[in-house]
Design a protein around this ligand. Structure first.
Ligand code: A2R
Length: 317
C-alpha cells in the first residue's frame, strides 16, 4: 500500500507516519510546508502548500498514492477567531484543491481521508451529550465551521463524482509533543516546570468543569489506518474514546503522576465561557466497521506527556 500524508509536520502527522511506515509497513511519503522541519523520519518528505493547486497535481502524478491522509490545516480555534479568512482558505479551499487535483487526474481513484473534528458538532441540544455521526452539527467557532464545510464537500464529492472519500471527526487527542495551547499539554508543562523547580507549586487553570472525550494520539492514528483499510466510502466516522472526563479529573491525574505537592489557582486569562458542558463521541460506527478500540490508558498518556516536558526542560538547562 502506498500512502501520502499531507500536513505531516504537525502533531498528528508525525505519529501517523510512524504508524503507517513502522507498524503497517506501508510505503509512506510525507508533505510539509517549506518553512517547516521534519527530521527524524526515514520516509521521503516533499514541500507542499495546499493553497498551490498545481503543486498538488504534480506531486500526485509523481507518487500516485493509494491512500491520501489530509491533515494539513490551520488547527487552532483561537487563531481561527483572529484569522477567519486564512483559516477558511487553508481548511476549506485547501481541501477543495486536493479534491479537485484528484478529480482532474485520469484513471486515478485513491482513497482520501479528510480529517475533521468533534468541534463540528458545537452547540448540542439540551440534554444531549453523546453524539453520533447523525447528530446535527452547529459549529460554535470559525475553525469548526471550516471543518464542517470540509465534511460536507467530502460527502458531496463522494456522492456527485463517486470518489472514494472518508470523513473523520476526531475528538480531543493528546500525547507527547503536543503544543501547550491544548489543555492537557498546558497542565503537563506547568507540572513539569514545578517538578524541575522552575516554577512555584501552583498550576494555573481555566474552567475545570467541562467534560471532554480524550484519546491517545497513537490510538487515533491506528483508527485512521483501519479506516483507510475498512471504512466505507462516503461515510463520516467519529474517532474518540467513547467516554468523557471532567478537565478537573484530568488535572488531578496529572498532579498525581507528578508526585509533587501542587496547588491550583484559576487564571482569568485562561477562562473561556463554557458553552458546551459535556461532549462524548459515540464510536459504535467506527467499532462496527473496523473493530477499533482505544488501548492506551489516559494515565499512561499523561505520564508520557509529563516526562516529555521534563526532558525538554532538562535539555534546555
Ligand atoms: O500551521 P503550521 O505551520 O503548524 O502547519 C500546519 C500545516 N499547514 C499546512 N500544510 C500545507 N499547506 C498549508 N497551506 C498549511 N497550513 C498549515 O498542517 C501543520 O504542520 C499541519 C497540521 O498540523 P497541526 O496543526 O499540528 O494539527 P494536528 O493536531 O496534527 O491535527 C491534524 C488534523 C488537522 O486537520 C486538525 O484540524 C484535525 O486533525 O483535528
Amino acid at each position: 500500500m502506498k500512502a501520502l500524508i499531507i500536513g505531516a509536520a504537525g502533531f498528528v502527522g508525525r505519529y501517523l507516519a510512524r504508524h503507517l511506515a513502522g507498524d503497517l509497513h506501508w510505503e509512506t511519503a510525507l508533505t510539509k510546508l517549506p518553512a517547516e522541519k521534519l527530521a527524524d523520519t526515514d520516509c521521503p518528505v516533499y514541500d507542499l502548500d495546499i493553497l498551490r493547486p498545481e503543486e498538488i497535481v504534480s506531486l500526485l502524478e509523481t507518487l500516485r498514492p493509494d491512500v491520501i491522509f489530509h491533515l494539513a490545516a490551520q488547527s487552532s480555534v483561537a487563531v481561527s477567531w483572529k484569522k477567519p479568512q486564512m483559516t477558511a482558505a487553508v481548511n476549506v479551499t485547501g481541501c477543495l484543491n486536493l479534491l479537485e487535483a484528484v478529480r482532474s487526474m485520469e484513471g486515478y481513484a485513491p482513497r482520501i481521508l479528510l480529517i475533521g473534528s468533534g468541534e463540528e458538532y458545537g452547540h448540542l441540544p439540551k440534554g444531549v451529550t453523546l453524539v453520533s455521526e447523525e447528530t446535527p452539527v452547529h459549529p460554535g467557532n470559525p475553525y469548526a465551521v471550516t471543518k464542517a464545510a470540509q465534511n460536507m464537500f467530502g460527502h458531496l464529492y463522494a456522492r456527485a463524482y463517486g470518489m472514494d472519500i472518508i470523513m473523520v471527526r476526531a475528538f480531543n487527542h493528546i500525547g507527547a509533543g503536543q503544543l501547550p495551547q491544548f489543555v492537557a499539554a498546558d497542565f503537563c508543562r506547568q507540572a513539569a516546570q514545578i517538578v524541575c523547580g522552575k516554577r512555584e507549586n501552583v498550576i494555573r487553570t481555566g474552567n475545570l468543569s467541562a467534560r471532554r472525550d480524550f484519546t491517545d494520539v497513537r490510538d487515533v492514528v491506528r483508527a485512521y489506518g483501519l479506516l483507510a483499510q475498512k471504512g466505507q466510502a462516503g461515510e463520516t466516522y467519529n474517532v474518540g474514546s467513547g467516554r468523557s472526563i471532567a478537565i478537573e479529573e484530568l488535572l488531578r491525574e496529572i498532579i498525581r503522576q507528578s508526585g509533587a505537592e501542587i496547588r491550583t489557582e484559576t487564571d482569568p486569562a485562561r477562562m473561556r465561557p463554557v458553552d458546551l458542558p459535556e461532549i462524548t463521541a459515540d464510536i459504535s460506527k467506527l467499532q462496527r466497521d473496523t473493530g477499533w478500540l482505544p488501548e492506551i490508558p489516559l494515565g499512561q498518556t499523561l505520564r508520557e506527556m509529563l516526562d516529555g516536558f521534563i526532558e525538554e526542560i532538562k535539555e534546555e538547562a
